[in-house]
Design a protein around this ligand. Sequence first.
Ligand code: DGJ
Length: 726
Amino acid sequence: MRKFFLLTYILLLLTVINSVAVNAQTINITTNRTQLVLQVKENGRLYQAYLGARLSETTELSQIYMPGTTLTSSQITGFEAYPVMGTEDYYEPAFEILHADGNPVSVLKFQSFEQNGNETIFRLKDELYPIHVTLHYVAYPEENIIKQWADIYHEEKGEVCISRYASGMLYFESHNYYLMQFGNDWGKEMQMKETKLEYGKKMLDTRLGTRSALITPPFFMVGLDEPVNENHGEVLMGTIAWTGNYRMTFEVDHNNCLRVIAGINPDASRYRLKKNEVFRTPEFIFTLSQNGTAQGSHDMQQWAMRQQLYKGQDDRQTLLNNWENTYFRFDEEKLQQLFNEAKNLGVDLFLLDDGWFGNKYPRNNDRQGLGDWEVMEKKLPHGLTFTIRQCEEQGLGFGIWIEPEMVNPKSELYEQHRDWVIELPDRETYYSRHQLVLDLSNPKVQEFVFGVVDGLMTQCPTIRYIKWDCNSPMTNVYSHYEGRNQGNLFIDYTRGLYNILDRIQLKYPDLTMMLCSSGGGRSDFGALKYFTEFWCSDNTDPIERLFIQWGFSYFMPAKAMCSHVTAWNKKADIKFRTDVCFPYKLGFDLDLKKLTDDERTYCRQAVCEWKRLKHILFSPTIHRLISPYQGNHCVLQRTDKDRSHALVFAYDLHPRFRESLQPVKLQGLNPDALYEVKEIMLMPGEKSRLSFQGKTFSGDYLMHIGLPLLTSNDMSSRIIEIEKLF
Ligand code: DGJ
């Protein structure tokens, strides 16, 4: 009996010591420019104590007055790292659970933490229920990025149901908050709109499943204290790496504090979690810039190229695509002509688009054949290998279009496997582009979709490039997969997709893939782990494209943004159309025969110049000098990392009569260096009319006096190369 008391006493003592140690715990997560401080408070729970510019080593962190709390209050409320629904917190929680016994609340207590290199892991647990939440934070010091996610699992007897499961949560204490959101619709991707956040909640979310980014792409910026600005002010820029339904909540509370919560959208996704199954949330990625969006977007792009984008540090290739030229109408002879044209253009690849497959239901339009991935004998009687050989004989790589997640009801696949299709039983079906989504939560369907790529690569191992399309959102949401819990469908679909993409990447590491989804319907960092680039929009009108690309440029590396010269907007000349595409991943998708010799020469020149200048074009340093949202002009600058070589792109959209045109001041150059300034990419036989052509200026001059780059000519453009002399 004595022994028992002694043991109990020692255990109690240890608990006290541990809780004293716990009380003193202050954990820092730092990049070179940002600091996130978390503290374990007296109640044994984890709170955010600070998020802002990096502090000095000697700052008195233990003295931090925890925001959102009243000094007089003995109870701690607000700023909990992972607040749970049903506890004392008044606002939007990060986590909600229904335990196996029906109890709807958990209180997550800090257990331990560990720091391995730049990763910090906090282990939280409910003292009454065996439910575990592990919060992960990874800091990228040089890129000034922090990403966070949560792992959730339990050891309860039955299944638990989780209905909120944020990836991460951040708090801010500023006077004002300005949310810049992106998006709109097909053909109007990444349009920017800023609103002041007031008391209450604003949500950016999507529930389209597959084409999740179609209307609301998963990006945001929040200007703290002042509206989002390019060159000054504190701005939070964030995104969620999830190719599916997501939700980002911005809530201003009664103390004028802001909480930002990012995660999977829990709508229609009450997830049933089995014992010991780990539910891993997607990553919430953010940067906090003290110098506006120029710094923030540099850091995002740098991070994306180093850490996230597939082959982010590698080169990119130019291509000719046949879609907007032939649509479904092509045959072997036509393709042979196109291979010749691609060769003359000087591009690296030819990309064969939709319409090459289906026999019982030939894919001659978008109403049939999707899902039947065997080559159409009528169009390509000698088979795909023959066509590929013809392409390669011209010194070109071959790329091919697929849309493996989808099916036309008029297809052999649908006839044979109706249970593989996401479709409501006994109700009228809604179709988007005459097609339906396959149920990727079903392992058999995953096998089939992997097999589409595997089959192509086995049959034609030299395929270098795949355009992976996805033209329908997920509607008629119902899985026929045996035993399927319908609440898990949206999430398990995305996991199924990642599972397939993981297998493809493992087996075909050299294959490069473009992520398409009728344009920007999928443009998230979750998918870009598997794709080298994405199709920003089906809208290739150069004026519209300037706006779309402008929006994406805040987050996406230029090398990931496919930009193809097409025939959209006949009023714009070929120079303007090409110059709009030039700063990104250049490609062509038009009938080159319809161009004049000079126009073709211009395109050829663009390909050569693009290859010469890729080291600047792919630099993460972008300065958005004049926004198209200001009105009639758009100017941007890309600069290499040594500030010795830059390109400036100046576009006049629809200038006003006798508009006053101010010189454009460049940014980010070395003020003491001398630079040669010259206009490049002139039409054949044309001379630059710019007064400064070929002259030398100091960086100081270029940044403080500037260059007269604008004109009052409708849809005209200039590309200026700026090279340091010594
Ligand atoms: C939609 C894509 O955005 C287009 O580029 C093209 O590939 C078509 N699908 C083909 O159906």
